[in-house]
Design a protein around this ligand. Structure first.
Ligand code: ZN
Length: 480
């Protein structure tokens, strides 16, 4: 009996199951292959109704969270100072008008100049006419030049009334002055407000591990300031060949601040550079003429009378020697200069101030230039691909481009053949003792020593002592 009962119950159960399966067969068919386990075979997606609904929901949520809700939220915020450069007209729900009280102050709109933009582009972009632009230019007075030459990144603030009437324009006349033009009075007016420019002295100390730029970066100097530092010591230190790990620098310099915000780098006030144990210094000093220059501790100009190397070279392909095998002639011959290999077209600089004594073709040298400097010294430059614009007899200053690297004459590759001649005899340009620049005149030298060197040297020494103290006090983690 019990068995019969059980059999009947089982049959009933199966019947219910079957019925349910029949009723929901379309569901089972559709989802029977769904699994929580990853299938090796990826089923192609069939877009049934359910999936359309799901996708629709997902899109609605995306739209709500990404677009409609932020728009609504920003509309509810109190009116911010409009710094937007373009205004998109959006069909927003009327909710937007609930808040946003009329701004009490003038509602200037800032427009930043994009590369390639002209002032008329900016005006038309704001819905303004050329007549408006002309009115501004006519009213600009001393600030007119700033309107004629605009640069990417500069900002123009527009004050617009209702119906796109231009009420005012505000912009930088130059680094230190701001111009405001108002067109909403009886007469157009321009007012110039000087900006608050000030210098703030900074100090930095760096130790070279990989490169000068890396050390500068670590010391908090920007690339431009590292460039200025390298420029000061380039006469004494060859930053390509002479730099060693452990070399260090200490520098006191100015940063320029405008209206309390850092605006750029100023000048180096004092600096010392220690290269392979040798100490070099540079101090800024106002000369008798009113110009500033940099001088070493003993009062000689940092800028030497001669550049040791007059070209930005890639390698020295041949040094000065009394006998070498000539690469083209195949003969033993003296090489009375240094060959600096560099790509064709690399600029060649005058090693010092002087006069062009020779410019033309010279056997073996190809295109050749000789500069006569003061006294008995002359320098010579060979194998140029072309000359600079200076004529024969013309005065040139140190660093001026007098020609370009090439391989004219007897040369196997592009390089500069450089000679340093004393009384017409070639000397080794790499080792010859270069004449020292003139000391400051006595009266100036005294002023330089007492007013510049004494106080700044004390500061540099104190800085170095502080850094050394910090090093000895710090846990020994920098002994690598
Ligand atoms: Zn040579």
């Amino acid at each position: 009996m019990a068995e019969e009962k059980q059999g009947a119950r089982k049959a009933r159960k199966q019947a219910i199951c079957r019925k349910a399966q029949q009723q929901h067969s379309h569901f089972y068919e559709r989802f029977a292959h769904w699994s929580f386990h990853q299938s090796d075979v990826v089923e192609p997606i069939h877009w049934h109704r359910e999936r359309w609904v799901l996708a629709g929901m997902a899109m609605l949520i995306t739209l709500l969270s990404g677009f409609i809700m932020p728009a609504w939220a920003s509309a509810m915020r109190p009116a911010a100072v409009p710094e937007a450069h373009t205004v998109l007209k959006l069909a927003l729900p009327k909710v937007a008008e609930v808040s946003a009280p009329a701004p009490a102050v003038d509602d200037w709109q800032v427009v930043r100049v994009q590369p390639g933009q002209t002032l008329s582009d900016i005006f038309t972009g704001r819905g303004l006419s050329m007549t408006d632009l002309q009115k501004v230019v006519d009213a600009s007075g001393p600030a007119k030049t700033a309107l004629h030459h605009i640069h990417p990144g500069e900002e123009f603030d527009f004050l617009l009334g209702s119906n796109h009437v231009l009420k005012g324009l505000r912009f930088d006349q130059d680094d230190a002055n701001r111009a405001t033009i108002r067109l909403d009075g009886d007469q157009p007016t321009v007012s110039i407000q000087p900006r608050d420019m000030d210098m703030r002295e900074q100090v930095a100390h760096g130790v070279i591990h990989s490169s000068l730029y890396a050390a500068g970066d670590q010391a908090g100097l920007d690339a431009a300031m590292v460039g200025k530092l390298a420029d000061l010591f380039k006469y004494d230190v060859d930053f390509v060949q002479d730099l060693r790990e452990g070399d260090s620098f200490t520098v006191i310099y100015d940063d320029v601040y405008r209206d309390g915000v850092r605006y750029g780098e100023g000048n180096i006030v004092a600096a010392e550079f220690i290269n392979q144990g040798q100490r070099y210094t540079a101090y800024r000093f106002k000369k008798a003429g009113g110009d500033y220059g940099w001088f070493s501790e003993d009062g000689r100009p940092i800028q030497k009378s001669f550049l040791r190397i007059p070209v930005d070279f890639t390698r020295i392909s041949s040094t000065f020697s009394s006998a070498r095998l000539h690469p083209v002639l195949g003969l033993m011959r003296a090489h009375k200069g240094v060959d600096y290999a560099a790509p064709t077209g690399t600029p060649i600089h005058a090693a010092g101030d002087g006069v062009i004594k020779f410019k033309g073709w010279m056997n073996g040298y190809g295109n050749f230039v000789i500069i006569q400097h003061s006294g008995t010294i002359s320098t010579a430059y060979g194998h140029m691909s072309r000359f600079g614009s200076e004529r024969l007899g013309q005065h040139v200053t140190q660093g001026q481009v007098i020609g370009f690297v090439g391989m004219t004459g007897l040369a196997t590759g592009p390089h500069l053949h450089y000679e340093f001649r004393v009384n017409g005899t070639q000397r080794n340009p790499q080792t010859v003792t270069l004449p020292k620049p003139e000391l400051l005149p006595a009266a100036q030298l005294a002023k330089f020593k007492s007013q510049v060197v004494q106080p700044q040297l004390a500061r540099l020494t104190e800085l170095d002592a502080r850094i050394k103290l910090a090093k000895t006090n710090a846990p020994a983690n920098n002994d690598n």
